[in-house]
Design a binder for this molecule. Structure first.
Ligand code: SAH
Length: 238
């Protein structure tokens, strides 16, 4: 009996969603969040309704350092612990919209960081598999996302430049750190017809690229210039 196919099909109908009403929030934060979505996301051309809804619901102030929570809805990346960053809201929106995330999909994310982008993906797809190199960041993100009630996220501490072979292939792969080249294992772990989004360049500036796999053919398109922290590891910066 083939166990893998029916299990995958059943997973797609599950997609456990968190109890959004139970999330800690305030009227002031909610107002700022809706302004963020109107002024930074919709006004700049993002039209993906489920993504807009997810960004309007997810309290970004729970992902910043406590001392930065008043800046959570501003138009910028913010520092997180361990010298890393939480991406600018518009960058999260562009990456997620370009990736064309659909319900039921299985997504690999490299660079969990604070877990903000992870949570947005988890609200839109079937399952998120997320890999983080820095153990303390991974543990904090996992605890935070668990507190928020996400049940469709799987965590790995390790070198995500190798992907996460055990659960491959993935419908979509999102990389939130910059590499000199697209790591070969990530291409191998993409389904036929799958898409990946990844910043490619040097250690300070990159171009956000969308990569599509169709059979043996790989197509690449540039989206915009960006600035991410370096992707470390075997297929990243050593
Ligand atoms: N999306 C995150 C931002 C992540 S910043 C957020 O919204 O909070 C990039 C993250 O990639 C950092 O946490 C960094 O530790 C991680 N990273 C860098 N190289 C990595 C690798 N090889 N594997 C997994 N994570 C990596």
């Amino acid at each position: 009996m083939d166990h893998s196919k029916p299990a995958a099909a059943a997973d797609h109908t599950l997609n456990p969603q968190p109890d959004i009403a139970a999330w800690p929030d305030t009227v002031a934060f909610r107002r700022r969040r809706h302004d963020m979505v109107r002024q930074q996301i919709i006004a700049r051309g993002i039209r993906n309704a489920p993504l807009i809804r997810a960004m309007a619901r997810l309290p970004r102030h729970l992902f910043t350092r406590p001392e930065d929570c008043d800046l959570a809805y501003d138009d910028m990346a913010l520092p997180s612990d361990q010298g890393q960053t939480i991406s600018q809201p518009m960058m999260v929106a562009v990456m997620t919209a370009q990736l064309d995330v659909r319900p039921g999909q299985r997504i690999l994310e490299i660079g969990t960081g604070t877990g903000y982008q992870t949570a947005i993906l988890a609200m839109l797809c079937g399952q998120v598999y997320t890999v983080e190199y820095v153990p303390q960041l991974a543990r904090e993100a996992q605890a935070r996302l668990h507190r928020l009630g996400f049940g469709n996220i799987y965590y790995c501490i390790g070198d995500g430049s190798n992907g996460w072979d055990a659960h491959s292939p993935y419908d979509r792969i999102l990389v939130t750190a910059g590499a000199a080249m697209v790591p070969e294992p990530l291409i191998q772990q993409l389904v036929d017809g799958g898409k990946m989004i990844i910043p490619v360049g040097n250690q300070t500036t990159q171009v956000l690229q969308i990569i599509e796999r169709k059979g043996k053919k790989i197509t690449t398109a540039d989206i915009l210039d960006c600035r991410f922290v370096p992707l470390l590891g075997k297929h990243g910066w050593h």
